[in-house]
Ligand binder design. Structure first.
Ligand code: ZN
Length: 258
């Protein structure tokens, strides 16, 4: 057991539990289902089956609050009473963002690991991403840790179930045409739609990238989705309004025995 005091003043108690590794029996006869995922900033994740996950509103709001608090902090006198107060508020908000994201990623991971056998994701190269978007550096700094985290959690959910994770080089996946393999040299960071100059294939930029990733891993989807559709709100995402009034009804946390 480990006790940790966070900068926000919150105390975490972390338990380490050992349990036997889950081994899901999979018959080799059944065809395996694979999907690729492209991680991004506006859209957190775009799946090769056409589904996507956007930054949820509460998360956007928190990120905005962090930006405001950072500005406020820079105007306070270093180590003054108000500086310390703002510093703590900032730490709290950062923690909240972290908690919210982790919760979201675990739910997404669980959902996908139930549906698929093989997860294909990009070999992490955050550096590449940061260099490409120098102008949006600050926004990216808030996100780069999220990239490694979503990756780590998705991986964990798959491995836990005895499923496969393939990390594929993401080098210029967004410039490559899924259909013909041609390269679109002129694609800029602002282009949201991929348009192939060789074969004319047109698709959402991130969706094309996730499909290229899937193909690089040796899988080709039976049908290429043409439309994007949002992943329905994951259960108890915290997006529901808090119940107001009435008796304080506290739900017991669902603890699974064993
Ligand atoms: Zn093409």
């Amino acid at each position: 057991m480990c006790v940790k005091l966070n900068p926000s003043g919150r105390i975490h108690v972390i338990f380490l539990v050992e349990e036997p590794e889950a081994q899901e029996e999979q018959s080799s006869e059944e065809p395996k289902k694979a999907f690729g995922v492209d991680l991004g900033i506006a859209r957190l994740a775009t799946l090769s089956d056409g589904r996507f996950l956007e930054n949820p509103k509460p998360l956007e709001r928190s990120l905005e609050r962090i930006r405001v608090l950072q500005r406020t902090l820079s105007r306070k006198r270093f180590l003054s009473k108000n500086w310390l107060k703002t510093k703590r508020k900032l730490a709290k908000e950062h923690e909240h963002v972290g908690d919210f994201r982790r919760d979201l990623f675990f739910k997404l991971g669980a959902l996908l690991a139930e549906e698929y056998d093989v997860l294909v994701l990009e070999d992490l190269n955050v550096q590449d991403l940061i260099q490409k978007g120098v102008t949006k550096k600050r926004r990216l700094r808030l996100h780069d840790s999220a990239f490694s985290e979503i990756r780590r959690i998705l991986e964990w959910e798959f491995v836990k179930r005895g499923k496969t994770v393939l990390a594929i080089s993401a080098y210029s996946t967004s410039r490559e045409c899924f259909l013909c393999g041609g390269i679109n040299q002129n694609l800029s960071l602002e282009d949201r739609i991929f348009n192939c100059p060789h074969c004319g294939f047109t698709l959402d930029r991130d969706l094309n990238a996730s499909l290229v990733l899937l193909r690089r891993a040796g899988w080709v989807p039976s049908a290429v989705p043409v439309e994007l559709r949002p992943i329905p709100p994951l259960p108890s995402l915290g997006l529901k309004k808090r119940r107001q009034g009435g008796a304080l009804k506290q739900e017991a946390p669902s603890v699974r025995a064993g």
